[in-house]
Design a protein around this ligand. Structure first.
Ligand SMILES: CC(=O)NCCS(=O)(=O)O
Length: 326
């Protein structure tokens, strides 16, 4: 899984509940509230602290391993409460390989100090997280990202993007991007990375499932050469609070889009994940957990014209190639 979170504090995304539902924001972890939480995951503060669930996560990772999972890229960067010692402990306890992310999330999580940093300083900080250890530990990150960008891209995000490209040029390492919620956002990020020396063939564009819907636009973007990541498997909601114009696809629609990309020749560029970042998605709370793709989505893919060989490329070969330093 190339885009997950295990230990994250995602309070930056809090969105007040819809009118009339204010009371639901409190004490929602009861059976009768699970549908509401799936529809409004960001409207209950407690739901945003996956970081409080390390014991449950141990069980989740063991179940993931039993389902055939070996590795998770943990995309929590500076700004959303990265906790590297907790990740190291989870990896030790479960035997699941966990790859941590370097760099910075979206603008509203940048501190004043981060906003004041030059591109050179930001580059040094990212390189240092990759080569020597992050957050005062000796734990080295294995990818840069998820690097957060909004739409339009802010000045501070632009500096982080430029420093990401510079760090990647030095290290030959994998990069993963969280794009803004506009169909033009992924291509704009790729152009900025390219102009600053980044290697697009080693860059993942995340969250395409909520960003590009038109097939023509998708193929145009795919042609730019990044990995194409569908990473919101398991997220099905009627109203996507971060962009009400977006109709969040169902898992069946996601599989259909993957089959389309495979038919168009992009099987070496597709990546998949669940981007779990709220409590309600853990099996402990009736959610789908980290094994959803392996247990439920892969069998569906096989019935929709995607072969086992192509599934293996998407879940094994493509992540392996992306994660290998040049
Ligand atoms: C943790 C994170 O950034 N998730 C992305 C959720 S979104 O709805 O695709 O922006």
């Amino acid at each position: 899984m190339t885009h997950e979170h295990l230990v994250i504090g995602f309070e930056c995304s809090y969105t007040p509940p819809p009118p009339g539902d204010e009371a639901m924001a409190e004490n929602p972890f009861q059976m009768q509230h699970m549908h509401w939480l799936r529809q409004h995951p960001y409207s209950c503060r407690e739901n945003l602290f996956l970081s409080q669930e390390t014991n449950a996560l141990r069980d989740e990772l063991l179940a993931y391993k039993k389902a055939g999972g070996g590795t998770i890229v943990e995309n929590t960067t500076t700004g959303i409460n990265r906790d590297l010692p907790a990740l190291r402990q989870l990896a030790k306890d479960t035997g699941v390989h966990i790859i941590a992310g370097a760099g910075y999330y979206i603008d509203c999580t940048h501190t004043e100090a981060t906003k004041k940093m030059s591109v050179e300083k930001l580059t040094n900080s990212i390189v240092n997280e990759m080569l020597h250890g992050a957050d005062g530990t000796d734990i080295r990150c294995g990818v840069i990202g998820e690097i957060g960008t909004g739409w339009p891209i802010t000045e501070s995000e632009m500096k982080v993007l430029r420093s990401t490209a510079h760090a990647q040029a030095q290290l030959g390492c994998p990069v993963i991007i969280h794009p803004g919620r506009d169909p033009a956002a992924p291509a704009e990020v790729v152009r900025i990375l390219q102009e600053n020396g980044g290697d697009i063939s080693k860059t993942v564009m995340s969250h395409l499932d909520r960003t590009i819907f038109d097939e023509g636009e998708l193929l145009e973007f795919a042609n730019m050469g990044s990995y194409l990541e569908y990473d919101l498997f398991g997220t099905e909601m009627l109203n996507y609070p971060f962009n009400l114009k977006v109709d969040m696809p169902s898992d069946s629609q996601r599989v259909k889009t993957l089959a389309f990309l495979v038919k168009e020749g992009y099987e070496d560029k597709i990546l998949m994940a669940q981007d779990i970042h709220t409590k309600n998605r853990l099996t402990k709370f009736g959610g789908h957990g980290y094994s959803h793709i392996l247990k439920n989505i892969v069998p569906k893919m096989l019935t929709r014209g995607i072969t086992q060989h192509q599934v293996d490329k998407i879940l094994i070969d493509n992540p392996k190639r992306w994660l290998t330093f040049k």
